[in-house]
Design a protein around this ligand. Structure first.
Ligand SMILES: [Zn+2]
Length: 470
């Protein structure tokens, strides 16, 4: 059995003015052919899961391209076309294929296109024809669209935020794909897009509305007729018509069942829509509370400056307040990516360490995968240690603090630039977590964004919207 394997993953924040170009992909990952298998085998990623499952099932992988970049503005046309054309050329050159495995995101917005993944899957379908099944893994933040559903046989969305089930979804997509190839199942899908645009702040799956929805989905999946249920919280910082919550239910040849379950989930999502609205603590308040708190470490979550959501990652408002509360100032850091995350800060400090920024993920997300932050310096500014990195990367792993010689457990306060992902690794070690409302492109206060193209009305931008969920 021969399975084609490719990855193209990007979460596009259309409010960001930082274009995601080839250099951004090269900084994170852009590789071809057999090297993909060597790099991702055994890692806590979709590709890691796909590779492990394929090898266990005795399938031969035909690896093509793996491309990913840190979330930022629209993906430039040239790198998008490069990766797409490479994928299509490899498909054409692959000879006989039994199935296609794609690791995509679902919220990629290339220049001049609203739905990157729909375009990719449709193009792959045109090459392989109707008989070769296509299974796709998608991020929990995917903005589900018609073309993705129409041209793929199976979509498998992550079921967790923090995303700790990526490898599991890769395994599932591969096993299900093989069952389709062997004609043991016949995927039949139903989907819903209720008018809800959940901000990131209450999208976490440990508690709240997404937990509620996934508890119901988990029950539904116990039925052997149900192949899988994916509830996409969606990515609200993409100003495209399809942004927002998406529900996708796939059954084994039972359209009526798929429709009924999708409706049940849609109704529940709408009934509990107000639980998605999220408010964080103002900066001054949050810093004062952290300084006064007992025990350590206290995590200050800079939720709106999450590079994983396309924010700059060099926002200065919390640091400004920490320094104001007891420090002096003289060199210029932060606030350089754009003007939406606070102004650059003049500070005086001493350089504690310099490094090449290479570390290995040790937390529950992307476990074992090497990370690259580029040239990295730690600056001591009185009692505040600032880790300055070159490539934007979300603080989702305490290893990103530890590898520069700082023990996160020994610090009074840890400021993490992350909305939810940090919770998987920091919740177990934090004495307290304070969610902070600093400015930024991943803020859960959607009223701050100048939406122009999203379908309206949509909750919570139109808080009094009346909608019959069906
Ligand atoms: Zn995500």
């Amino acid at each position: 059995m021969r399975l084609f394997l490719a990855m193209l993953s990007h979460e596009t924040n259309t409010f960001s003015n930082v274009p995601t170009d080839r250099a951004q992909f090269e900084a994170r990952d852009l590789r071809y052919g057999g090297e993909i298998v060597e790099t991702y085998r055994g890692t806590g990623t979709c590709l890691g899961g796909m590779i492990g499952a394929a090898e266990r099932l005795g399938a031969t992988l035909v690896p093509s391209v793996a491309a990913t970049a840190s979330p930022a503005g629209r993906v430039t046309r040239d790198i998008y076309e490069h990766v797409k054309q490479r994928m299509l050329a490899d498909l054409q050159a692959a000879g006989r294929l039994d199935g296609v495995l794609l690791d995509l995101h679902g919220a990629m917005v290339p220049e001049g296109l609203d739905d990157g993944e729909g375009d990719i899957i449709a193009a792959v379908r045109r090459v392989v024809g109707p008989a070769v099944p296509i299974a796709v893994t998608l991020d929990f933040h995917g903005n589900l669209g018609r073309d993705m559903i129409a041209h793929a046989d199976l979509l498998h969305g992550y079921k967790t935020y923090p995303h700790v089930d990526m490898a599991e979804r890769g395994v599932e997509a591969t096993e299900r794909l093989v069952q389709v190839i062997d004609r043991r199942i016949r995927p039949t899908a139903a989907w819903r897009k209720p008018p809800i645009l959940p901000p990131l702040g209450n999208q976490g799956t440990a508690r709240g509305p997404m937990r509620r929805l996934y508890d119901l989905a988990d029950t539904m999946e116990k039925d052997p007729k149900v192949i899988s249920v994916s509830i996409f919280a969606g990515f609200p910082y993409a100003d495209i018509p399809d942004a927002g919550l998406g529900i996708y239910v796939v059954t084994d040849d039972d359209q009526a069942l798929a429709e009924r379950l999708a409706s049940d989930l849609c109704r529940m999502a709408w009934e509990h829509r107000r639980e998605f609205v999220h408010t964080a603590r103002p900066v001054k308040d949050a810093v004062a509370r952290a300084l006064a708190a007992e025990g350590r470490p206290i995590v200050l979550a800079d939720m709106a400056d999450n590079t994983g959501g396309g924010a700059a990652g060099d926002g200065t408002e919390i640091l400004r307040e920490l320094l104001r509360m007891g420090a002096r100032v003289t060199l210029e850091i932060g606030g350089k990516v754009d003007d939406r995350h606070g102004a650059p800060l003049r500070v005086t400090g001493t350089v504690r360490t310099l490094s090449d920024g290479r570390f290995v993920h040790r937390g529950p997300m992307m476990t074992g995968l090497p990370g690259r932050l580029g040239a990295t310096a730690v600056l001591d500014i009185d009692d505040v240690k600032v880790i300055l990195i070159t490539y934007r990367w979300q603080t989702l792993d305490p290893e990103m603090i530890r590898f520069v010689g700082i023990d996160p457990l020994a610090e009074k306060i840890l400021v993490v630039k992350s909305t939810i992902h940090y919770r998987a690794a920091f919740e177990p070690i934090a004495k307290e977590i304070i969610e902070v409302d600093a400015p930024g492109l991943s803020s859960s206060n959607l009223a701050r964004f100048d939406f122009r193209r999203i379908r309206r009305p949509i909750f919570p931008l139109d808080p009094d919207l009346v909608y019959e969920a069906e």
